[in-house]
Design a protein around this ligand. Structure first.
Ligand SMILES: [Zn+2]
Length: 182
């Protein structure tokens, strides 16, 4: 069995249909956005550190953590087996895509800069992927400026803010995007 098939099997045992589905989705995104080059790791569902984000990439373990709140169905379903179709697959897919950017950067030499989002490599990936997603946006590394003796980010209105960069692409989607069932 391939490493990918083993990971998918383990996820199916631990998290059911959703666990298996998210591995197939990882493979689809890998082919569509990363030339099939990301090296597969486990994808698990639990809380992220300090609940700061919906996803987390653990570099040491090549592990993607998706926040367990994403497992909630988008509307209550009674008498039916829960499955990916009844979850907000678009949201999960976007969070997964974000963590896969971290995965790619780590697996191709890492990054240097202020943090894992505000650095040249992450910003370049955001611009490249936004283009493929037909999202009309521009990202730039954000410097800082001093105002009243305080250092604040020097954000430019035509570029992504630090927050949007740290939550790309899900903070930059149109609000209706996640309401349509896929
Ligand atoms: Zn991130």
């Amino acid at each position: 069995m391939s490493a990918f098939a083993e990971l998918k099997n383990e996820a199916a045992n631990a998290f059911g249909e959703l666990g298996a589905w998210v591995h197939d989705e990882w493979k689809r995104l890998n082919d569509a956005f990363f030339y099939g080059e990301n090296i597969a790791g486990a994808i698990i569902w639990k809380e992220t550190p300090e609940n700061r984000s919906l996803g987390y990439y653990d570099r040491a373990g090549n592990l993607i953590v998706l926040h367990k709140t994403l497992m909630r169905p988008i509307y209550p379903v009674t008498g039916l087996t829960w499955g990916p179709r009844r979850f907000n697959t678009r949201k999960i897919s976007d969070v997964l895509l974000h963590e896969m950017i971290h995965q790619r950067i780590h697996q191709t030499g890492g990054w240097m800069g202020e943090n894992s989002h505000n650095n040249t490599r992450f910003v370049n990936e955001v611009n490249r992927i936004a283009n493929l997603l037909c999202l009309n946006l521009k990202a730039k590394v954000i410097g800082s400026k001093t105002r009243q003796d305080q250092k604040i980010p020097a954000e430019e209105s035509e570029c992504l803010s630090l927050k949007e960069l740290s939550h790309f692409p899900y903070f930059t989607r149109s609000p209706s995007y996640y309401y349509e069932l896929s």
